[in-house]
Design a protein around this ligand. Structure first.
Ligand code: PLP
Length: 292
């Protein structure tokens, strides 16, 4: 089942509402313009993972949109309420997706609409974790320096306007793949529609983990950042782009990483089989499983 908790000044811990009933006004700017932000985090045994990183990215997205959203404590209390309700309703589900959403609110009201949604992890996500991915490169249509020149494009913010990202995934599926890696018009590797790109080299006894540079207008992944911190402690070298498609073809392993699906190997890229490494995947998955 899905649990919904609205953040409401009259309810300190959030207000639980019936997710099977309409709860949003049709004039909400989140619905009419996609004007809002969100976060998705994994909860394991009732504890949200990387909660502070997600709350801090939510605050950055809010700042990019000039959106006044509830403070981190209010979100945390609503998350606890939602997870408590979910555990009572679904005692056998160890994992849950916790989604935080804030919109610019009902037209004319001048106050954000904000809620927490807690739901089971979709079966398709769990299947991809095991199976690995066939991926297509697709053009995003911007160059890799646009984010600095054009902040109104909100490139590094996690906005509700994900219709393009979802269309890209549908395009991949219609063409025999599972997911997408976007490229910039100047030929740089960017990110997946819902994930960060990682690649590794294991050469001459030194393991190196690479990801595209944040300045290229991609979302700062909380999973990539936590994994880099953990890998550094284990002696990995780290690097931050710029990356080009041939770097992925040359790597010893390529993955997409995100908070819910976690670390998933890319097996095939644009129809070409990539090198994979069960050992590197196992080593990094162990680090990902330790995220709190
Ligand atoms: N990039 C995009 C565009 C995303 O939507 C996401 C997550 O949904 C990510 C990267 C990965 O971020 P995180 O690891 O914080 O889930």
């Amino acid at each position: 089942m899905t649990v919904l908790v609205f953040l409401d000044p009259a309810h300190d811990d959030g207000k639980v509402v019936d997710a099977s009933q309409p709860q949003l006004m049709a004039t909400d700017l989140g619905a009419t313009r996609g004007d809002g932000i969100f976060e998705s985090m994994l909860a394991v045994d009732g504890s949200p993972r990387k909660e502070q990183a997600h709350l801090s990215r939510l605050a950055s997205s809010a700042a990019a949109l000039d959106l006044d959203v509830p403070d981190a404590d209010a979100w945390s209390r609503a998350i606890r309420t939602g997870l408590g309700e979910f555990a009572a309703a679904e005692p056998d589900q160890r994992n849950a997706v916790v989604k935080l959403v804030a919109t610019r609110g009902v037209e004319g009201a001048g106050r954000a609409t904000a809620w927490v949604q807690v739901a089971p992890v979709p079966a398709s996500t769990l299947a991809q974790r095991k199976a690995g991915l066939k991926v297509l490169f697709l053009e995003r249509g911007y160059d890799s320096t646009v984010a600095q020149r054009a902040p109104w494009l909100l490139m590094g913010a996690k906005t509700l306007s994900y219709a393009v990202n979802m269309a890209a995934v549908r395009h991949a599926r219609a063409n025999g793949a599972d997911d997408v890696i976007f490229t910039s018009s100047d030929g740089k590797v960017l990110e997946g529609p819902t994930s960060t790109v990682l690649l590794a080299y294991d050469r001459d006894g030194q393991k190196t983990l690479l990801t595209p540079q944040l300045e290229s207008g991609i979302l700062a992944g909380t999973s990539q950042s936590a994994l880099f911190a953990a890998a550094k402690e284990q002696g990995w070298e780290l690097g931050y782009g710029p990356l080009e498609p041939h770097d992925l073809l040359d790597a010893d392993a390529v993955w997409l990483i995100s908070s819910i699906r976690l670390l998933v190997p890319v097996l095939v890229l644009d129809g070409q089989e990539l090198r994979t490494s069960a050992a590197l995947t196992a080593e990094l998955t162990e680090l990902v499983d330790r995220f709190v």
